[in-house]
Write a protein of this length. Structure first.
Length: 276
């Protein structure tokens, strides 16, 4: 039985596990299936307060023909306030006030609530759209999903409570959201991904998968190859991970020998079916 394609996929995990490359590979797979899809990322200046945003795959997206959405905190907040006050002019003014800026910095997770609201707005505007969110780290993804429940408890009534409840009802409805937790084939990395998954499940029963990326043990012809010692050791460690965590890991993504990120994304796209 083929899994139903969700509306929102969040790719998360520790740094260096290949979140951006696999996010694009997955988006390309969906696009090749005829699905309308966009890659979503947090504008780096919004998170780090940097004055010069870093390219987080826009060039790769253009090369693959996949549209990108940059979530800028100021723009997301302005869109939210403008909609609530039914005035774009007032919305721009409110977001610029010191009080609003202090509110975002003072309340943990409020910025992610704004981001999430904008994501759901995109999906509400176009029900046929699938968004693939490349979360910059496991902590960001966890905080964003925690924020909905935290705010529903903090605010017992009012606009924020009503909007948070709508987010929860939609986001955690059947076949809407899936979190793909990426890891690499080492014991420590897999244990960290399991800890993240456990933390997510404490929020609510979230549809999640642990995906082991960049594996060598399942490369075609690897058993007969004359390998250097470091690769033999790597494969032995991978096989130990497979043996001990076969019930935990939902899918393995085999290493691509290509050099360019564009070609790697294309190479891996056909295997992304197991991540749906």
């Amino acid at each position: 039985m083929t899994d139903k394609i969700k509306n929102l996929y969040i790719f998360t995990g520790k740094g260096g596990v290949g979140k951006t490359t696999l996010s694009f590979s997955f988006a390309k797979y969906l696009q090749d299936q005829g699905r309308k899809v966009k890659y979503v990322y947090f504008e780096s200046s919004s998170i780090s307060n940097s004055q010069s945003p870093i390219d987080q795959g826009q060039e790769l997206g253009r090369a693959l023909g996949i549209d990108s959405i940059a979530l800028d905190l100021k723009e997301c907040a302005q869109a939210y306030v403008s909609k609530k006050l039914k005035s774009e002019t007032i919305g721009k003014w409110v977001v610029k006030t010191p009080f609003f800026k202090a509110l975002i910095n003072m309340i943990p997770g409020f910025n992610y609530l704004i981001y999430l609201g904008r994501i759901l707005e995109y999906l509400n505007e176009d029900p046929d759209l699938t968004l693939v969110l490349d979360s910059p780290s496991s902590g960001h993804a966890l905080t964003m999903l925690e924020a909905t429940h935290n705010f529903s408890e903090i605010f017992q009534s009012g606009i924020v409570f009503d909007d948070t409840k709508k987010m929860i009802d939609l986001m955690f409805s059947e076949n809407f959201l899936q979190v793909n937790i990426l890891t690499i084939p080492t014991m420590m990395a897999v244990h960290e991904s399991q800890d993240l998954d456990n933390s997510l499940q404490k929020i609510i029963q979230i549809n999640s998968k642990i995906i082991c990326n960049n594996t060598f043990h399942d490369l075609e012809g690897i058993e007969d190859a004359n390998l250097p010692d470091f690769l033999k050791s790597k494969i032995e460690n991978e096989l130990q991970v497979v043996k001990e965590h076969s019930s935990l890991i939902a899918a393995y993504v085999t290493h691509s020998p290509s050099i360019s990120k564009e070609q790697i994304s294309k190479d891996l796209a056909p295997s992304m079916k197991s991540l749906v």
